[in-house]
Write a protein that binds this ligand. Structure first.
Ligand SMILES: [Ca+2]
Ligand SMILES: [Ca+2]
Ligand SMILES: [Ca+2]
Ligand SMILES: [Ca+2]
Length: 276
């Protein structure tokens, strides 16, 4: 009788160890986050994928450019519903189009399906920049008074010349008329009393240096029709970090599960062009 008890105990230890070998490491640390639609996020590592679906009614711009704080940074993920987390193992390598098509390809086949629960926390870093080549530290300064502050205004002085085109070839500001006001902030670049926006971009007097009228004191012809103002646009860049807490994934038709107190899913980066 004693022998039988020892034997049973040994078998039970062995089967427990076997089970641990079947638990995936869930290592996607080297993989980047992909995204489709509104809003499926997935990471692929050969034949494995870790998928987060967040059904929301927001547009991508609303979702990705949201300032995330305690009121809107938390999503509860569950096995069913519109906000889910799942881990899938396929019988072959899987590609992004598997997740991005309305009708997934017939292959590869899912060989393991794990679904579960987690608290998803999002944090977001958003940087707005007109990328005009000028470093603007005063975020309230609005030189031309068009209600678009200089750091996101690609024509800071509203003279119809892009700021990036009012710098020299090394990106340093020019001051054509030497009045101490850089061209990109000067509404009359050549100080001939005709506003730059009312002067031609052409070289009307055909001077050999090919100086356009708005930079040439020798020409002060006012256009009968002012040049069109520039349609402003700037870039909003976001870096959204996904942190999962209390992650539990349960294997379909099995008692196996994967647990993490904290799981760093990664950071998703992108940008939008904004026309204010
Ligand atoms: Ca402005
Ligand atoms: Ca300008
Ligand atoms: Ca000037
Ligand atoms: Ca002028």
């Amino acid at each position: 009788m004693k022998k039988i008890i020892v034997l049973l105990f040994t078998i039970s230890l062995l089967s427990c160890d076997d089970g641990d070998f079947n638990i995936p490491a869930l290592d996607f640390s080297q993989q980047s986050i992909n995204q489709c639609g509104n809003f499926v996020f997935f990471k692929i590592n050969s034949n494995e994928s870790l998928i987060i679906e967040l059904g929301t009614t927001e547009t991508p711009r609303e979702f990705f450019l949201a300032e995330r704080d305690a009121t809107n940074n938390h999503f509860t993920l569950s096995e069913t519903g519109t906000k889910t987390i799942s881990y899938r193992v396929f019988d072959n390598d899987v590609a992004t189009d598997y997740f991005c098509n309305n009708l997934p390809p017939a292959t590869p086949n899912v060989s393991q399906q794990w679904s579960g629960n987690a608290d998803l926390y999002l944090s977001n870093i958003i940087i707005d920049d007109d990328k005009d080549g000028v470093v603007e530290t005063d975020l309230t300064l609005d030189t031309d008074g068009d209600n678009i502050p200089n750091y996101i205004d690609n024509d800071d002085d509203g003279d119809g010349i892009l700021t990036k085109n009012e710098l020299d070839e090394d990106g340093n500001p020019l001051d054509t008329d030497g009045d101490g006001i850089y061209d990109y902030l000067d509404a009359d670049d050549d100080n001939d009393n005709v506003l730059t926006i009312n002067e031609s971009l052409l070289n009307s007097d055909n001077d050999p240096a090919n100086i356009p009228d708005y930079l040439d004191t020798n020409t002060s012809v006012t256009l009968t029709v002012p040049r069109d103002a520039i349609t402003d646009s700037y870039t909003s860049t976001y870096k959204m970090t996904f942190t999962l807490e209390n992650l539990v994934l349960n294997k379909e038709n099995s008692s196996d599960n994967i647990r993490f107190v904290t799981y760093n899913y990664g950071t998703f980066e992108g940008s939008f062009t904004i026309i204010p």
